[in-house]
Design a protein around this ligand. Sequence first.
Ligand code: TXA
Ligand code: MG
Length: 311
Amino acid sequence: MTDEVRRAADILRRGGLVGFPTETVYGLGADASSREAVARLYAVKGRPADHPVIVHFADAERAFEWAEEVPAGARKLAAKFWPGPLTLVLKRSRKAGDFVTGGQDSIGLRVPAHPVAQALLKAFGGGIAAPSANRFGQVSATTAAHVKHDLGADVALVLDGGPSEVGIESTIVDLSGDGAVLLRPGRITRLELEQALGGLIREKSADAPRHPGGLERHYAPKTPARLVPPHELDREIARLRDKVAVLAFSRPDERVEYWLRLPREPLGYAQRLYAALRELDGAGCESILIEAPPETPEWAGVRDRLLRATT
Ligand code: TXA
Ligand code: MG
């Protein structure tokens, strides 16, 4: 274990906050069993108190101690995808205080795979409550530099684990009620989940538990952004009056002030998405146009984030 990881675990024990890498996005961590530490986390994040936060553990055994009941489906998904980019929502046990669940009787649990996250979780021993390490409603952080830029002096230490490999937040499956419900799409697709479960997963309905990932506008740049179908991109550009920044699959167009190209492949696209949105946001343009990705299942996670960024 490095000195930095040991220092981070000490900060957590004293009720402080640390930024740390996971394979999805960077997290802003606090001791999940300390009401004061979690209150500090919500204050820094700017998150409303009734929004639950995910609690991270080194392994499934420790994670499941925070659940009142672990249905067979949860065990199957954990066996297949943990450690990894999956969050399970289960009924909470008495270990999970209402201050991490936003007052709900369920809890979001995750066992991340990133070696630095694993080292920190092992050194700390307990659960680490961690939302994505950005201010509420803004673009998530996928590098240590993003975290320092967004949270600066409000976070004592940021562990640097390089750019996040997945790039978008974990897939969230709710198993706290009847059956399984997909609350947030991510790298692990619905089909993979259904294969591991041996059953169907429902889409989130209107009365699903509240979660900020479910708010209409989220993961959003400050510059107004719009999603444009590929066949309309050329016409939109021809009509432009203002300085515009474009995120596209195709080659740069010389009529456009700022052009960023991402791969026509969902894993590579997801990996670079948030850094790209941050870069476009900083380009000093009046608006951002984003070429819409295909409407196929493997793009579901990316499409979800783009829809929220452009609402
Ligand atoms: O990949 C990730 O999940 C990252 C890394 C840091 O682990 N974390 C993350 O946290 O995205 P956050 O707080 O930005 O988003 C967590 C989502 C929210 O939409 C939250 O409401 C939902 O998980 N969530 C947590 N506990 C829940 C619960 N008991 N019921 C329903 N949704 C829950
Ligand atoms: Mg977030």
